[in-house]
Ligand binder design. Structure first.
Ligand code: PNS
Length: 161
């Protein structure tokens, strides 16, 4: 039996911190699905197609990892795929506070456990929101995101100005 993990998120855009968590999930589970969430009420810098494409480029060549879209409830998505676990990365106790209720709710809805992994401390300051703000102001995002994401950020904010 193969054990599948789901790594969910907005991935707007995917960062090297996310990739680190996905690699850690893959070291524990046989297969990993990066589940890119789409919430019609949320505004994103990158379209769903762009977020999926950038995530695919970021994990290209990592065996056993694929990218899918989750448009409904994560709990339903995880249950349908008979996932062994949802895997999330924690950078700080603040992340934990945000994640606790979500993990309990997902378990309530689906019976699927959430497993938390600690990301590499070198990425503990990396967040998609900060990366976008840096890029928006013309700053350097090298070392924070995959190269393809850095290029996409530069293009998006240059064209948007
Ligand atoms: O990267 P983010 O924005 O912190 O990820 C949040 C995400 C996508 C994991 C969360 O919003 C989610 O699970 N969305 C799917 C819809 C859903 O299941 N909502 C109820 C969560 S208890």
């Amino acid at each position: 039996m193969t054990h599948l993990a789901i790594c969910p998120g907005s991935f707007d855009p995917i960062t090297l911190g996310h990739v680190d968590v996905v690699r850690r999930a893959r070291s524990i589970f046989d297969e990993v699905i990066i589940a890119v969430a789409h919430n019609a009420k949320k505004s994103y810098v990158f379209s769903l197609d762009q977020r999926v494409a950038l995530a695919r480029q970021a994990v290209h060549g990592i065996d056993g990892v694929r990218v899918e879209v989750v448009s409904g409830l994560l709990a339903d998505f995880a249950k349908e795929r008979e996932a062994a676990a949802i895997v999330k990365g924690l950078r700080s106790s603040r992340d934990f506070d945000d994640e606790l209720a979500m993990s309990l709710m997902n378990r309530h809805l689906s019976g699927v456990e959430t497993v938390f992994v600690m990301g590499d401390p070198q990425f503990s300051h990396v967040a998609s929101s900060m990366v976008k703000d840096i890029a928006r102001h013309g700053g350097d995002v090298t070392g924070l995101v995959p190269d393809a994401v850095a290029t996409a950020l530069t293009r998006t904010f240059r064209d948007g100005r």
